[in-house]
Design a protein around this ligand. Structure first.
Ligand SMILES: *[C@@H]1O[C@H](CO)[C@@H](O)[C@H](O)[C@H]1NC(C)=O
Ligand SMILES: *[C@@H]1O[C@H](CO)[C@@H](O)[C@H](O)[C@H]1NC(C)=O
Ligand SMILES: *[C@@H]1O[C@H](CO)[C@@H](O)[C@H](O)[C@H]1NC(C)=O
Ligand SMILES: *[C@@H]1O[C@H](CO)[C@@H](O)[C@H](O)[C@H]1NC(C)=O
Ligand SMILES: *[C@@H]1O[C@H](CO)[C@@H](O)[C@H](O)[C@H]1NC(C)=O
Ligand SMILES: *[C@@H]1O[C@H](CO)[C@@H](O)[C@H](O)[C@H]1NC(C)=O
Ligand SMILES: *[C@@H]1O[C@H](CO)[C@@H](O)[C@H](O)[C@H]1NC(C)=O
Ligand SMILES: *[C@@H]1O[C@H](CO)[C@@H](O)[C@H](O)[C@H]1NC(C)=O
Ligand SMILES: *[C@@H]1O[C@H](CO)[C@@H](O)[C@H](O)[C@H]1NC(C)=O
Length: 667
């Protein structure tokens, strides 16, 4: 079988690549103590996995007519004079959703083997936002089962299955070690976790994760998700065709009853639901069961999951012709992308707010089924995620979690190197990670920022803008320019005025403002991205720390005209700080970093089952597909999609670990 040949080839490659790597401190070269492996830094082999895809798309043409390149915004200094501000938001608005099956790839192996780049990345957000929310779950949580131990002290592993029975879905086996791993992380960086309770089998509930999760993580566990996209259960054959919102309502109640019976420490403000994909049911169908009222005490938040687009046709038959990324690219590059996406959830955000519950976009990213080559990996995706995040915050979502699917998807905010390359490659930071930093700085660390979409430039969709009031005072402004024009002709200049003029209030424009830019030469660019002059660098170049000196521009304002002029490059994002206090609430005074002194160890414990591949690693958006999702039945995978999936699974199963030798706080 072709797959077995591939497996053998890969294992041979892994076996031949045994080496110990000692990563240097900042600024030092990486040294490799190899055993016959070529460690030269030139012409290193690079992977063909989706996450390392190198396709660069052309920017779309400038719209015709182009948006006005000069416009004014008139703002009130005090929130009391503004209608339509959002609920109070925190800088932890954006977090991450890590598909459970790839936890060892991106988080760590066990309580003592944690990937330092993951810690560094979480630290960057936590220093800005005060904390960071990370979910470990997804499709693969449904078949996850706790076992007393796994070989080699691993925290998570795919069950070995009978290869003669292709329909058997293997369980994802985990030990309490994964919970200690998460707890250990929280003792180093303020990461708060969401976990998922399996609901594949409502007659035999598996609730260990609720009990041990609470016992081991304590207050660092902030939510237990009950059911993942239950509106798709019937379509995917996990429930009878008649399965509806009232059935889910009943199962949620069964889980709540069972965890009460088993005596978990906390049953109030801890469960999350319904996490509908809003595909086969509307969220309202769930609200209409009385879900929120009945379970109000137990619910920590109400959740939905949605991707604005899908690339499933590239992976599976039955979805029509694969979409051409270049043709699809413009759909992500305007303000409608975010608004159109959340339209179906606005009523639900109001329903949640009325019930006093946070409303969370629990899993999202640019496109389901792995995202698009060229799009999900581009600076355009960074601008899309920024605008989408600020749009959700304006519309009273409380959090949104960007999905991390591992090496066989395009849309990751961060990706570990392939196992067979981890002795000479570092991590790859995706453009949307910059969006998470930028959104956290836009909202700041007070938990008390309210944001409004300004409808700037006559609501032009290529030049959206937002105002942020922190502790009731105008603190920051945020502007996006979705266009690409190296000539500078489509940079735009926004003229900012605070009070004065027709407001009838005395002019309150400050003498100077500060501006931090997120820029790249083109929306197609992948790596030449800087945020306040800082960057993670290119493919395989990141250890999770920002490189270069921070640069924030100071712009003097004109007292005579009561205006400040801010230029927003095409393409780019400008975060405008209206006071030094607004800078202080956003910028970290120091960032804890974690020594990358590490030892790479390689093990050959790969197991492979084709059925896993079709359903694992965050492949979502099977909405259009009617019938079974098992691999090789009526959802035959296309060649292009299978190969990366196989490789990713092998990478997970083969399990490279980075042993964290020492933690150091560099302040
Ligand atoms: C690692 O595996 C990938 C396939 O996933 C391959 O493209 C690459 O060349 C391999 N690297 C090495 C160093 O063997
Ligand atoms: C992390 O978890 C392990 C359990 O695997 C525990 O033994 C260890 O003491 C913890 N390490 C730290 C640094 O907290
Ligand atoms: C953690 O994982 C590493 C690498 O897989 C292994 O060597 C080590 O024994 C494990 N530690 C424990 C406590 O199981
Ligand atoms: C649920 O998943 C577990 C673990 O994989 C499996 O043993 C069980 O048979 C599944 N139940 C159903 C009804 O699919
Ligand atoms: C909003 O949702 C509630 C609860 O399902 C429903 O009663 C109401 O009709 C919805 N409103 C709109 C405008 O859709
Ligand atoms: C968000 O909530 C605030 C406070 O209730 C409300 O004034 C505002 O209109 C809401 N925004 C949207 C878009 O629903
Ligand atoms: C923000 O909210 C979180 C969660 O409720 C809390 O732990 C934290 O202390 C708050 N931060 C501030 C500055 O109030
Ligand atoms: C990176 O972008 C900057 C402008 O943002 C440009 O000056 C520089 O030449 C670019 N470098 C590369 C290698 O493209
Ligand atoms: C950007 O960072 C580099 C490297 O740290 C530094 O040399 C340069 O002066 C910085 N640029 C600005 C405008 O501060």
């Amino acid at each position: 079988m072709a797959i077995h040949t591939l497996l053998c080839t890969l294992l041979t490659a892994i076996a031949g690549a045994q080496a110990i790597t000692v990563y240097g401190q900042a600024g030092q070269q990486q040294q490799t103590i190899g055993t016959g492996t070529n460690t030269a830094t030139s012409a290193l082999p690079s992977s063909t996995l989706a996450a390392y895809d190198t396709l660069v798309l052309n920017p779309p043409p400038i719209p015709n007519p182009p948006p006005p390149n000069q416009f004014a915004v008139q703002l009130a200094a005090q929130a009391v004079n503004v209608n339509g501000l959002s609920i109070p938001q925190s800088g932890a608005f954006y977090g991450f959703s890590v598909e459970m099956s790839v936890a060892t790839q991106v988080i760590g192996h066990n309580g003592s083997v944690i990937h330092p780049p993951f810690l560094n990345l979480m630290s960057l957000v936590a220093e800005r936002a005060g904390r960071i929310h990370v979910r470990v779950g997804g499709n693969t949580q449904e078949e996850a089962r706790m076992v007393p131990s796994l070989p080699d002290g691993k925290a998570i592993e795919k069950q070995k299955v009978d290869t003669n029975n292709p329909t058997q879905t293997p369980a994802l086996l985990y030990t309490s070690e994964i919970l200690y791993m998460l707890a250990n992380i929280s003792s180093l960086v303020n990461v708060k976790w969401y976990l998922g309770v399996p609901l594949n089998d409502s007659a035999n509930l598996a609730l260990d994760i609720a009990l041990y999760g609470q016992q081991i993580l304590g207050d660092n566990l902030i939510g237990l998700q009950v059911g993942n996209e239950p509106d798709l259960y019937a379509r995917h054959g996990h429930r009878p065709a008649t399965y509806g919102p009232f059935d889910y309502y009943g199962e949620f109640g069964n889980v709540l009853g069972a965890i009460k019976t088993m005596g978990v420490p906390r049953t109030s403000n801890i469960l999350l639901g319904p996490s509908v994909a809003a595909a086969d049911w509307t969220p309202e169908m769930v609200w209409d069961t009385g879900f929120i009222q009945t379970y109000s005490d137990a619910l920590a938040a109400v959740t939905v999951e949605h991707y604005p687009d899908d690339n499933c046709a590239a992976l599976y038959e039955g979805f029509g012709d694969p979409i051409d990324p270049q043709t699809e690219f413009p759909k992500f590059l305007d303000h409608n992308a975010g608004w159109n996406m959340i339209g179906k959830f606005i009523n639900s955000s109001q329903v949640a707010q009325a019930a006093g519950k946070p409303f969370i976009m629990f899993e999202t990213n640019s496109a389901s089924c792995g995202g698009f080559p060229g799009i999900s990996t581009s600076f355009g995706a960074a601008l899309w995620a920024l605008d989408y995040g600020l749009t959700m915050a304006s519309a009273n979502f409380s959090h949104a979690l960007l999905h991390v699917g591992g090496q066989n998807v395009y849309y990751n905010p961060f990706t570990a190197p392939p196992t067979n390359e981890s002795h000479f490659h570092q991590w790859t930071i995706g453009p949307i990670f910059y969006s998470v930093l930028a959104v956290s700085e836009t909202l700041g660390s007070s938990n008390n920022s309210r944001i409004i979409d300004l409808g700037a430039n006559g609501q032009n969709i290529y030049t959206p803008g937002y105002a942020i009031y922190e502790n009731d005072k105008l603190a920051r402004l945020a502007f996006v320019n979705f266009m690409t024009d190296p000539s500078g002709a489509n940079d735009y200049t926004v003229s900012i005025s605070v009070d004065g003029g027709e407001s009838g209030r005395p002019a309150a424009t400050p003498p100077q403002i500060k501006v931090k830019y997120l820029v790249a030469p083109s929306v197609g660019d992948k790596f030449n991205i800087t945020w306040g002059n800082q960057t993670f660098g290119g493919q395989f170049e990141a250890d999770g720390r920002l490189k270069n000196d921070l640069h924030i521009e100071t712009i003097p304002c004109d007292a005579a005209t009561n205006t400040c002029q801010v230029k927003v490059p095409a393409p780019g994002f400008a975060l405008v700080f209206m006071s030094d206090e607004a800078v202080a609430e956003s910028e970290p005074a120091s960032t804890a970093t974690f020594a990358t002194t590490a030892v790479t160890k390689i093990k050959n414990t790969a197991t492979l089952d084709e059925a896993v591949l079709a359903t694992s690693n965050g492949n979502k958006g099977m909405e259009k597909y009617k019938g079974s999702t098992s691999f090789g039945s009526n959802a035959a995978a296309r060649g292009a999609g299978v190969y990366p999936s196989v490789m990713a699974l092998l990478a997970v199963a083969a399990g490279t670990g980075v042993v964290l030798r020492a933690f150091s706080r560099q302040v």
